[in-house]
Design a protein around this ligand. Structure first.
Ligand SMILES: *[C@@H]1O[C@H](CO)[C@@H](O)[C@H](O)[C@H]1NC(C)=O
Ligand SMILES: *[C@@H]1O[C@H](CO)[C@@H](O)[C@H](O)[C@H]1NC(C)=O
Ligand SMILES: *[C@@H]1O[C@H](CO)[C@@H](O)[C@H](O)[C@H]1NC(C)=O
Length: 451
């Protein structure tokens, strides 16, 4: 993007230790190149007939992720909002252009945090009626191919409680300071401490606070004189939301996976690239207000107003995704994660026990001295990648004990999806104390999330 320097360069003067900072690499995904290919056949996403937009029915599940909600509303995953790892992984690969191994990693993490690893089924939203009470053959009915796994979902032998769905993954998948949603604590409980984590999503409820979050993204783009294809807009939106969370949310928390990857990269890299519309004339994408409103479920209200309809997210008409040769890989995700930490948009830590008590996590306690905060200064995707891999492996022990009665199957699945890190050739971690390091933050005590 021709404008990225206007944001990146001034920021450099504000930052410590900038000498080895390769600005061109940080934005490498966004650089306009005359050779960016466009192929209508490969990039066009069908939104007609079986993939036309249909709003969710009252029995369908929709949740915190606008992309998954849109996939369900267009029948790319089951319109019920209950999907399985294979179906969801295939859909994010084909509709958005995440690489196969990245799609598998992200949907595997969603399954582990939200679903039942035995049947591989998870809800993209809530799951009151998950499992036994659910009518059989529900999954995939609108796709015309019922999922056989649906006929034998019984979570009771191997889980402590029914799988919660993505709406109830605060701290393990969903996290604070989302660019488009309020923090779970503030949305659910105001100032009173919650008994258990989770946001309920009432479908099709007009929501004014959500509207202001979404409009803010567009306002920031105008303020910065940038298009929303520019990742700098989204980083700035994220930075402001993080500052607000520190001030307003006593249990604000940023953990490596839920906070930096799901809450960070998925709020910056993903929308700027994956929500942009591509064409022969603009192979690097365009992103106007209509496109923003479609993806975030914003609809006209009266003659001049707008409102967010929860769960009504849609794929823009005539949408063309990124070219397959520009597929997003795990390295791209780690690259953006590293940038968000280095540019001080996000840091690992949280409010300790009240608003404005933000502290960083103690790396000595967490990693037994293997990592220090200086390891994350500079653009170092592989350092963050290996750190994340170890954190997921070591943190999952405690997390899985809380979720599952037996941990063999989820552990096997985790190891399988972590194969996406193999190319980074990470050293094995020593003994880490993941729980001890995070437990002093109010967010962990309440949400029990350690990813
Ligand atoms: C945004 O993109 C459009 C083309 O899609 C271009 O005409 C316009 O100049 C861009 N605006 C900015 C601020 O870069
Ligand atoms: C997306 O781009 C295609 C190709 O230029 C165009 O036909 C379509 O109308 C665009 N969609 C939106 C919502 O702008
Ligand atoms: C938070 O912790 C600090 C330092 O341990 C303590 O002084 C303060 O009273 C605590 N505040 C609340 C609201 O618990």
């Amino acid at each position: 993007m021709k404008n990225y320097k206007t944001i990146t360069v001034p920021l450099l003067f504000l930052l410590p230790l900038t000498t080895a900072f390769p600005a061109f690499q940080i934005n490498h995904r966004q650089e306009s190149s005359p050779s960016t290919p466009f192929d209508h056949e490969l990039q066009h996403i069908d939104t007609s007939s079986q993939h036309q937009f249909k709003p969710p029915r009252s029995t369908d599940h929709r949740g915190p992720c606008p992309a998954l909600n849109a996939l369900a509303n267009h029948g790319y995953i089951s319109r019920t909002g209950r999907t399985n790892m294979e179906e969801a992984s295939k859909a994010v690969n084909s509709v958005f252009g995440l690489s196969v191994s990245l799609s598998k990693f992200l949907t595997g993490m969603a399954l582990l945090a939200a679903g039942d690893p035995w049947s591989k089924v998870f809800s993209i939203g809530d799951s009151h009626e998950f499992a036994l009470q659910e009518p059989r053959g529900n999954i995939g009915d609108d796709l015309g191919k019922p999922d056989p796994s649906d006929t034998h979902i019984d979570w009771r032998p191997h889980m402590h409680k029914p799988p919660g769905g993505l709406s109830r993954t605060q701290g393990t998948f969903d996290s604070d300071s989302s660019i488009s949603r309020p923090d779970a604590f503030l949305a659910d409980y105001g100032a009173a401490p919650p008994a258990a984590g989770g946001q309920e999503l009432e479908l099709d409820v007009a929501d004014t606070p959500l509207m202001s979050h979404i409009d803010k993204i567009h306002e920031i783009a105008a303020e910065m004189n940038m298009n929303m294809t520019n990742i700098g807009v989204w980083r700035e939106a994220k930075r402001r939301r993080v500052e607000a969370s520190k001030r307003e949310n006593p249990i604000f928390l940023t953990t490596p996976f839920a906070g930096i990857v799901a809450g960070g990269v998925m709020n910056t890299l993903f929308p700027s690239l994956l929500f942009a519309n591509h064409s022969k004339e603009q192979p690097d994408g365009t992103f106007d207000l209509n496109i923003l409103y479609d993806w975030y479920g914003v609809y006209p209200k009266g003659p001049s107003g707008w409102e967010v309809r929860k769960g009504w997210e849609r794929i823009p008409a005539g949408f063309n995704r990124i070219h397959p040769s520009k597929e997003i890989t795990m390295m791209d995700v780690m690259s953006e994660a590293s940038t968000l930490i280095f540019e001080l948009v996000l840091s690992l830590g949280g409010n300790v026990n009240a608003t404005d008590t933000y502290e960083k996590v103690d790396f000595n306690v967490l990693t037994g001295g293997q990592y220090q905060s200086y390891h994350f200064r500079g653009w170092r995707p592989k350092v963050f990648g290996c750190f994340l891999r170890s954190h997921l492996l070591q943190g999952s022990i405690g997390a899985f004990e809380k979720l599952f009665k037996v941990v063999g199957v989820p552990t096997g699945l985790l190891i399988e999806v972590l194969e996406v890190f193999d190319e980074m050739k990470c050293a094995e971690a020593g003994r880490w104390s993941v729980l001890e390091a995070w437990e002093r933050f109010g967010g962990l005590r309440i949400w029990k999330g350690i990813f």
